[in-house]
Design a protein around this ligand. Sequence first.
Ligand SMILES: [Zn+2]
Ligand SMILES: [Zn+2]
Length: 316
Amino acid sequence: MSTNVSYVPGVAVATLHSKNLEQRVALAAVVIPFVALVIAIVLLWKKAVGATELLLLAGMYTATLMGITVGYHRLISHRAFETMPVIRNVLAILGSMAAQGPVLHWAAIHRRHHSFADRPGDPHSPHMHGEGPKGILRGLWHAHTGWLFVHEITDWAHYAPELLRDKAIFTISQLYFLWIAIGLLIPTVIGGLAAGDLHGALYGFLWGGLVRISLVHHTTWSVNSICHVYGSRPYKIHDRAANNPIMAILAFGEGWHNNHHAFPTSAMHGFRWWQIDLSGYVIRTLQALGLAWNLKLPFITRSAGQARYQLKRRQM
Ligand SMILES: [Zn+2]
Ligand SMILES: [Zn+2]
């Protein structure tokens, strides 16, 4: 039973009942996919995994991580661009399949992260956990996974009032477990149909379902942990968010985290041509097709005689 109480704006203490349920769900979401990963490795050891399973893994990883990065994060939490309701809802459903919490809950927690970044009140800062290597390790663990087990409830009405009033987003949030189930069913059915037997269905469930959830979890959590500790900081901001090129590749552009904390509502997180930002390219493609509009972007100028770009805040 935790006695930790956080008195920060918009953070309330829950009842013991909801705490237990919340922690059991978090534990299941962490442990089950990880156990599946171990089982998958053992299976791979004895019998090579086929192209179908790898395609299911890659396809489901891409679809659900894009649901998180483009949908949950840039569109819904930061309102970085506008799109038609059907695209917004599909992105929110794909994000839900990643099993990182209902969209309303995710957006409220994420907005709290930006409000208190690396200060008391930040739900998952790797800092503030002691000095030296031990403190860094403790902090990395907390930011990566440990924070999921800390008992705090973020007030949705405080951090996401407009989402709470949004019927579609509210309904998608309410049906969270259904989307997870569908996200597991899709690779199971495809795997079964491709192989024509039950083994194919089981491998599809394992690789495209549970292993994929585990990988997407760790990629997203690494943005919270690694990208607040390791990387470059071209913009002087009040927190420790850093640009990490490896995480930028794995997390579809979200690794340009110093850029993001400097310009949180920007639709693009990669600001230079070499800063690969797959989520940003998806948004740009939607814009080119007329399916996304009103993109919020930093205004980039090249001042006379200077070889470096300056980013100015506009519409941020
Ligand atoms: Zn951050
Ligand atoms: Zn953000």
